[in-house]
Design a protein around this ligand. Structure first.
Ligand code: SAH
Ligand code: SF4
Ligand code: F3S
Length: 468
């Protein structure tokens, strides 16, 4: 079936779901409520917006509180084992609620569902789950939803892979003024520790005209900042009929009138081109922030991780970026405890942290993912040693960020106001171009606006300021 036919078919299912939901609403004399609970990365967050878009269109009331909902969907992540454990925790709590309320419906989707062992567990232990689907057939959600609402048996529909990209289904947005945009799906890199290529499938880029069209539509609706999403945005466009580089795509997006800020993630160091650096340096709209996952600073570990760059290559790339784009913020991801990693390897990682002066870094303890090459290795690390190394890395990250993060004090910077401050409602919280947060006096009327802020004080990972 072509993508357009599929889109039409799913829109028809939304109408069918709407009829069922309306009948239920009348019977209950209230609206059916649905909560979508999201785990994992920004790509999952964007997928959840697609789910809520469909649900809202079908007549559900969307709520945050899962305990109040008639229908709960968990959009799951499996990048580390603790993500899986969280989902099982939630399901355990739901078991007793299902007994009390037989009308409660539960669906599971996302990356974790692409693992055969998880599906087995759900079939055996969580029979009360009504619907299970995966990452490749999320566009079929309206149809699956209809089947769930008109059947009593557990529906499980998981695809191995797909080459389909279905455009133009309804989407909701968490923020009115900023939005994530998928520019590609999947990953071809097969880093030896990582499960993402297995659960998200092969790399597929969206057509540039579809991306531009979506952003133009968002801008018309009031969006001023976009975050371009992909597991490795630097390899965007390679598999298109008319290949186009990520740098070229950015130049096209830059031209969109009314769009004020462009962000993207994630950049794989091995594919970051000089063209991209040049486009960033010249751009008025691309934010001064690059997330450049290091994973490890040891050449041996990097090789075994299949990252395809060395410590020196990484360091010279960062140097080139910092030279071309003054004040750019560099952030990273680091894994501690990869099989066979020694304290000396961790010293190399810390050496990179000291040399790059990261603005921020996300540090993860290696998690064994069944099916990945690293999981099969006999030399898994000792837990206590990993903990000690992890603490060393974390301290280095904190120290460097503390020293680095003072550099904006005394300057006037533009901030996009995102929300009322959680601790003091006479303050608002805005995001600077470099992705740091700044808190300053203000009220709800500023939300979604770009304002000029005098940066007064650095507080580690955030700033205090005053609007001018
Ligand atoms: N595509 C992105 C990363 C997506 S996963 C990239 O390559 O940069 C986000 C982060 O999770 C990774 O950067 C890595 O640091 C971490 N991660 C992935 N697999 C992991 C594992 N098995 N154990 C611990 N951390 C992992
Ligand atoms: Fe995982 Fe590597 Fe792909 Fe990132 S680039 S998603 S770490 S395999
Ligand atoms: Fe998790 Fe899937 Fe993202 S495994 S990190 S939600 S791509």
């Amino acid at each position: 079936m072509s993508n357009i036919e599929e889109q039409t078919r799913q829109m028809q299912y939304i109408d069918l779901v709407k009829e069922v939901v309306e009948r239920e609403n009348e019977r209950l004399k209230r609206r059916l409520k649905c909560a979508v609970v999201t785990f994992g990365c920004q790509m999952n967050a964007r997928d959840s917006e697609k789910l809520t878009g469909v649900l809202r269109e079908a007549g559900y009331e969307i709520i945050d509180e899962e305990t109040e909902a008639d229908f709960v969907i968990y959009n799951t992540c499996t990048v580390r084992d603790n993500a899986n454990q969280k989902v099982y925790g939630h399901l355990g709590l739901l078991k007793s609620r299902v007994k009390k309320n037989p009308n409660l419906r539960i669906a599971l989707c996302g990356c974790m569902m692409q693992e055969a062992s998880v599906i087995e567990t759900i079939r055996e232990k969580y029979k009360f789950v009504n619907l299970v689907f995966g990452t490749h057939n999320i566009f079929k959600f309206p149809e699956l939803l209809y089947r769930m609402l008109t059947s009593d048996s557990q529906i499980i529909d998981i695809w191995e892979d797909t080459d389909q990209i279905v455009e133009d289904l309804p989407v909701d947005r968490k923020y009115s003024f900023k939005s994530g945009i998928n520019i590609m799906f999947g990953c071809n890199n097969f880093c030896s520790y990582c499960i993402v290529p297995y659960v998200r499938g092969r790399e597929r880029s969206r057509e540039p005209k579809e991306i531009i069209r979506e952003i133009e539509k968002l801008v018309n609706e009031g969006v001023i900042e976009v975050m371009l999403l992909g597991q490795n945005v630097n390899s965007y466009g390679k598999n298109l009929d008319n290949p186009m580089s990520f740098a070229e795509l950015l130049k096209e997006i830059e031209k969109i009138d009314g769009l004020k800020r462009i962000r993207f993630m994630t950049s794989h160091p091995k594919d970051l081109s000089d063209d991209l650096i040049e486009v960033m340096a010249k751009s008025e709209k691309i934010c001064k922030h690059i997330h450049l996952p290091l994973q490890s600073g040891s050449d041996r570990v990097l090789k075994e991780m299949n990252r395809r760059y060395t410590k020196e290559q990484y360091l010279s790339l960062v140097e080139k970026i910092k030279k071309a784009i003054p004040d750019v913020a560099v952030t990273t991801d680091i894994i501690v405890g990869f099989p066979g990693e020694t304290a000396a390897d961790v010293d190399d990682t810390i050496d990179v942290i000291r040399k790059v002066h990261y603005d921020n870094a996300f540090t993860f303890i290696y998690s064994k993912r069944t099916g990945t090459p690293a999981a099969a290795r006999p030399d898994q690390c000792d837990e206590a040693e990993v903990k000690a190394n992890f603490d060393r890395v974390l301290n280095a990250v904190k120290e460097e960020a503390m020293i680095r993060n003072g550099y904006l004090v005394g300057r006037v910077e533009e901030a996009l106001v995102e929300e009322i401050n959680a601790h003091d409602d006479t303050f608002v919280t805005g995001r600077l171009s470099n992705n740091s947060m700044v808190h300053f006096k203000g009220d709800a009327s500023l939300i979604g606006k770009l304002v000029k802020v005098n940066i007064l004080e650095a507080k580690g990972f955030y700033y205090m300021g005053e609007m001018i």
